[in-house]
Design a protein around this ligand. Structure first.
Ligand code: LLP
Length: 409
């Protein structure tokens, strides 16, 4: 189903094997078309007067990807001062950048203020200090709606015991700070997790936010976060964006009518925009017949794509050198000095040394969570845009690894 003419990138127009020949292996490849498709799909799902899609750039921070997403009309969500700096270099106006830190030193918040970006705070001491220091700058507050949602505990961030957000029950304290400092609240925000299948989790969170919003007259926007689940396998389930769009838009429009003016509805998708756009191409170094298992060992590992090892995530794997081969069962493993299994007991067309495998859904949280463990080099990244391939990050070299090391002997 992936393949047309033996290829799958751009619906069959580009042969990924040619990209590996040209740029080497392993290689991350992203398809701008798919990002655009996802962006347009999300925009179309919500029928409200003002809608903002604010790309959660932690998913994939390459500056060319940011620039592409910016020209689609997106704003951007950043969680560190470094992401803010990259977003500014990508050309985003500071007013179109929301900075949502967690547990940072106040000096980082001051730096973000200096850059002129919007500030989203999630703890009362920081809000108090912000109000005393910058009473004239309006803020957004991240709410913890006490909702358990998402694909796994590591990424479930809106439940009562989560470190994120201010419990909605503590909002009178925020109200007190606003009254005593004169600071305004321009936004309310939540983000409850990733891989959230059920629209009801978003709707329940929205109820909490909209109920609180009635108490704050100066709001400009309500940010419903993200966490939309994308399909990882053929026929896999995904968040029904269209159903969510219909139900949430109705709720939001009713709220705005009661509030007296239209607010902006904001979403900050990472995975939804870029996950399916990414393919990670790796080459098989070893086919090893163990006592009970056949291993296909590739020229990569948890240093390049950690999601299967960290979250037990499923990434579909195709053998693009032998797509029509007879299926066999493999453990696809990396070259790192720890157990780094990409897939267990997976049926894949017969694999030989030198074959190129593709790990699908490699756009979100793959390169951006990569490391130099085992002193391995990070791969190159390529963006396919309007039918052409562009190198958007060079493969690292040994010099990159040594660049900041200081030899004192
Ligand atoms: N907004 C905030 C404040 C977030 O913390 C996140 C993700 C997003 C938006 C975007 O969520 P998304 O649309 O991508 O689900 N590394 C994990 C996902 C962790 C996401 C952390 N925050 C993974 O690979 O599944």
């Amino acid at each position: 189903m992936d393949y047309k003419n033996g290829h799958f990138l751009l619906g069959g127009a580009i042969n990924p094997l040619k990209l590996v020949e040209k740029y080497g292996s392993p290689l991350y490849v992203y398809e701008a078309d798919i990002i655009e498709r996802q962006y347009n799909r999300l925009k179309a799902a919500f029928q409200v007067e003002k809608l903002k899609i604010s790309y959660a750039c932690k998913a994939l921070t390459n500056i060319s990807v940011l620039k592409f997403i910016k020209q689609l009309g997106s704003t951007v969500d950043c969680v560190s001062i470094q992401e803010v700096q990259i977003a500014i270099r990508a050309g985003f106006e500071p007013v179109n950048i929301l900075y949502t830190p967690s547990g940072v030193n106040f000096s980082e918040i001051e730096e973000a203020v200096g850059l002129g970006v919007r500030i989203n705070l999630d703890n009362i001491p920081a809000i108090e200090r912000f109000g005393e220091t910058y009473p004239h700058i309006p803020i957004c507050v991240r709410i913890n709606p006490h909702i358990m949602a998402g694909g796994n505990l590591k990424t479930s961030v809106g439940h009562i015991d989560s470190k994120f957000g201010i419990s909605y029950t503590q909002m009178p304290l925020v109200q007190g700070v606003l009254e005593s400092t004169g600071m305004k609240l321009e936004g309310l925000h939540m983000h409850t997790g990733s891989d959230i299948l059920n629209p009801e989790a978003f709707l329940a969170g929205a109820d909490v936010l909209l109920n609180l919003a009635k108490e704050f007259p100066d709001l400009d926007y309500i940010d419903f976060g993200s966490g939309f689940k994308v399909p990882y396998k053929p026929n896999d389930l995904e968040t029904n964006i269209e159903e969510l769009g219909e139900k949430l838009s109705a709720k939001f429009n009713t709220f705005c009518a009661e509030y007296g003016r239209p607010l902006t509805m904001v979403f900050e998708p990472g995975k939804f925009l870029v996950s399916e756009a990414g393919s990670f191409l790796v080459t098989v170094n070893v086919v090893k017949h163990g006592a009970t298992t056949v291993f296909a060992g590739v020229d990569s590992g948890l240093n390049h794509l950690i999601r299967p090892m960290f979250y037990d995530s499923y990434h579909r794997i195709s053998n693009i050198s032998n797509p029509e081969g007879k299926k066999q069962t493999y453990n696809v493993v990396g070259y790192i000095c720890e157990t780094d299994t990409f897939a267990s007991n997976r049926e894949i067309p017969e694999i030989a040394i030198g074959d190129v495998l593709c790990l699908h859904n490699a756009g979100a949280y793959c390169y951006s969570m990569s490391s130099n463990y085992n002193s391995r080099l990070r791969p190159a990244e390529v963006l396919i845009y309007q039918g052409k391939d562009y190198l958007i990050r060079e493969r690292e070299t040994i010099e990159d690894l040594l660049k900041h090391q200081i030899d004192v002997f």
